[in-house]
Design a protein around this ligand. Structure first.
Ligand code: ADP
Length: 203
């Protein structure tokens, strides 16, 4: 495994499945949670090598006036352009991976959670000792995510379709949180896994 003295649980799931809600519960148990979305924003902050390469490649149109990355414009630029998308991924993925590795080394809790929406899509399972999938039926994903984001169901559906199919995700899971009940059930489900992970991390 990648990190000899760390026990890393990869937390993943489709949009609206309840990853953030589950992450928060692990944090409540004083477990270090590394959030891939936060890291993905950090690697392109003003002053980073990645951001200067992006602005050289795409031009200053992808920058806001204050020099920060305009993510919406960049997303539009790569949306229908596989060459540009691949270029961007080849730049960002190693930078994100490297920062994740540093963040994992810096953790101090008995085990840590690496929360990555696209853990499977981006082949990051080699970074983790176990894969925890948060799962619920697609109808619930659509309901929850559209309410949360104030976006329409068809946008959420297209995001679901861009992610790995539910069966594929479940097939690589070591543990599954079935989040099809009420929010109030999450603490108990997380606590059961917490006890298991503490034990596994010890061995
Ligand atoms: P993800 O991080 O996987 O996209 P979230 O944890 O943000 O999903 O959950 C999506 C939305 O659904 C949030 O507003 C959250 O509060 C809500 N939610 C999550 N789990 C449940 C549940 N079991 N019952 C009702 N609402 C839920």
């Amino acid at each position: 495994m990648f990190f000899e003295d760390k026990f890393v649980v990869g937390l993943t799931g489709g949009i609206g499945s309840g990853k953030s809600s589950v992450s928060k519960e692990f944090e409540n148990l004083a477990i270090d949670v590394i959030d891939a979305d936060v890291i993905a924003r950090e690697v392109v902050l003003p002053g980073t090598p990645a951001l200067s390469q992006i602005s050289s490649y795409f031009g200053n149109d992808v920058l806001n006036e204050d020099g920060s990355l305009n993510r919406a414009i960049l997303r539009q630029r790569v949306f229908n352009n596989d060459v540009e998308k691949e270029w961007l991924n080849a730049l960002l993925h190693p930078a994100i991976r490297q920062r994740m590795a540093i963040a994992i080394k810096d953790t101090t809790s008995p085990y840590c959670i690496l929360a990555v929406p696209l853990l499977i899509e981006n082949n990051l399972t080699s970074l983790v000792n176990r894969v925890l999938v948060v799962d619920c039926p697609e109808t619930l994903q659509i309901q929850r995510a559209s309410r949360r984001d104030g976006s329409n169901a068809s946008l959420i559906k297209s995001i679901i379709n861009s992610q790995v199919p539910r069966e594929t995700r479940l097939s690589v899971a070591d543990d599954i949180i079935v989040n099809d009940g009420s929010l109030a059930e999450i603490p108990r489900l997380v606590n059961e896994l917490h006890i298991k992970y503490l034990q596994l991390a010890k061995n």
